[in-house]
Design a protein around this ligand. Sequence first.
Ligand SMILES: [Zn+2]
Length: 113
Amino acid sequence: MHEFSMAIEVINLAQREAVKNKANSIQKITIEVGDLSGVDADAFESALGLLVKDSILDQALVTLIRTPGLGRCNSCNDEFEMNHRMATCPKCQCFPSEISGGEEFRVVSLTVA
Ligand SMILES: [Zn+2]
C-alpha cells in the first residue's frame, strides 16, 4: 500500500534527523498532507500509527495538517476549492484548471528530544 511506504519514508527521515542531531528520540513531528497529494491522510495516519512502534517516532507527538486542494481557472482566473484533480471551474465550467495548492506531502517540522 502506497501510504505504508510513505509512512516508512517519514520514519526514515526522522531517523536520519535524529542521528544528525545525536538524539535518541523525536519529540514532535508535523506532516502536511494535501488533499491532492495522492496520499490518503487517514490511511497514512493509521499506517504510521502501526509502524512507529519501536521506531524513533514511538514517543513522538504526530500532527497531521491537511491542506485542501486549490485550483485556479485558466479562463476566468477564479480560485476555488478542488476536491479532485479533474475538477472544473465552478464559475465557467472551464477545463483545465491549474492546481495552486493541496499537492504537498512533506514534513513541516520536527523536534528532536
Ligand atoms: Zn472559470
